[in-house]
Design a protein around this ligand. Structure first.
Ligand code: GLA
Length: 390
């Protein structure tokens, strides 16, 4: 699917012709560096990518939201914005229910709609298909109601929907970048202050390659929630150890303090804290290096980030480690690391333009030999945040 005309034709096929059909797009994201830092008030450096969610939609005047997806033929699910919104079946509709409920809770008047969703992002592939659906849905509701909203506020509403309806206590990175990305740039984002620094990614000099392991070892978000709790346990320790300093999050803890905690802090919690504290340092440096075209340095920091996620934060897996390791054997690859929450999903590599093909060929071949799975590999440019196409 995915061409605008094809989506609109399919929409009319499912819901009938007539009226004004709007088209909303919301991209996925890849995080270049700054992993598991967002919920610690830290720094992230993601960008929006070409695979995306497209939503064709048309207002209804009876408050019903009727939903179809190009991934499933024939099925139309529905709920009403005029009744109390609850979770329901099929599960993918909960993103729509969640966003509708949170928009209403924020005082936004909603109209019903018919909507057809088309998605070129791998579901559960670690490229934020859920954030893309949430932000796209919010934009669809707002557009049909003739309303606009500040994008940072929109991202927060979508994050809340994910907390309440998908039950994963995610940070703000994914919704923020899907809602606000600047084309041609990655965004270094300070999850505490909201400050942004745009980092140009010029495809003439630097290509971003994504390779999907096609595996997902953990589904419910249980490990993710556990990591958050471990970070909170770390914060509680440092608050006690340094009462004179106002420590609110791991963002406020220094590397020296992490080193001083050895022998006093639970070794597992210490490792988790060390990852977050060093990852913030790496992210600030990597964004600066990218801005100055120091790709080798940015690549080294990505390799260190992967090692820290593997050894200290323990959110990697054999498939991710393999791809990240093999990528570095290819000439012209500056750096590679797992991206997103972990336990499967994708790696991201920064490479010279001429290294794209050798890299994807090498990884497809070696990964297939090792795991008997064909990974998907592609290069992407940095795209714009979600927008109303028509
Ligand atoms: C998931 C979450 C984000 C972030 C990453 C890890 O993608 O949705 O908020 O915590 O994991 O960096």
């Amino acid at each position: 699917m995915q061409s605008n005309a094809a989506i609109k034709a399919e929409f009319e096929h499912r819901f009938g012709a007539g009226g004004r059909v709007r088209l909303i797009r919301a991209p996925g994201r890849v995080n270049l560096i700054g992993e598991h830092t967002d919920y610690n008030d830290g720094l992230v450096c993601p960008m929006a990518i070409e695979p995306q969610v497209l939503i064709a939609c048309r207002a209804r005047d009876d408050g019903l939201v009727r939903l179809a997806s190009t991934a499933f033929t024939g099925q139309i699910a529905q709920f009403s914005v005029e009744q109390k919104i609850t979770r329901g079946e099929p599960a993918w509709t909960n993103y729509f229910r969640g966003v509708a409920a949170e928009l209403e809770a924020a005082g936004i008047p909603l109209t019903g709609m018919d909507a057809l969703v088309d998605n070129t992002l791998p579901v559960g592939g670690g490229l934020s298909s859920s954030a893309a659906i949430e932000v796209g849905t919010a934009l669809a509701f707002l557009t049909l109601a003739g309303l606009e909203m500040d994008r940072d506020r929109l991202a927060l509403i979508c994050q809340k929907a994910e907390h309440e309806y998908a039950n994963v206590p995610v940070g703000i990175m994914d919704q923020m970048i899907v809602a606000t990305a600047k084309p041609g740039h990655a965004t270094q984002y300070d999850c505490r202050s909201g400050a942004r620094q745009f980092v140009q990614i010029n495809p003439g000099d630097l290509r971003v390659v994504i390779v999907n392991t096609m595996v997902r070892h953990e589904l419910s978000g249980g490990e993710y929630a556990q990591r958050r709790q471990q970070c909170e346990a770390g914060v509680a320790y440092f608050q006690k150890a340094y009462p004179a300093q106002s420590i609110k999050a791991l963002r406020d803890v220094t590397l020296k303090q992490v080193q001083e905690s050895e022998g006093k802090l639970d070794p597992l919690i210490l490792k988790r804290c060390r990852h977050v504290v060093t990852e913030n340092i790496r992210t600030a440096e990597a964004a600066g290096a990218l801005a100055q075209d120091k790709y080798e340095r940015a690549g080294q920091l990505m390799i260190q980030s992967h090692a820290s996620l593997r050894d200290d934060y323990e959110v990697s897996c054999a498939e991710l480690d393999f791809l990240a390791g093999e990528a570095m054997k290819v000439k012209g690859v500056y750096g590679a690391r797992m991206t997103g929450g972990g336990f499967g999903g994708c790696i991201v590599a920064l490479v010279q333009p001429r290294a794209v093909e050798p890299l994807t060929d090498h990884l497809e071949r070696t990964y297939k030999t090792k795991f008997n799975i064909k990974p998907t590999a592609f290069a992407t440019t940095a795209t714009a945040g979600a927008s109303v196409v028509e």
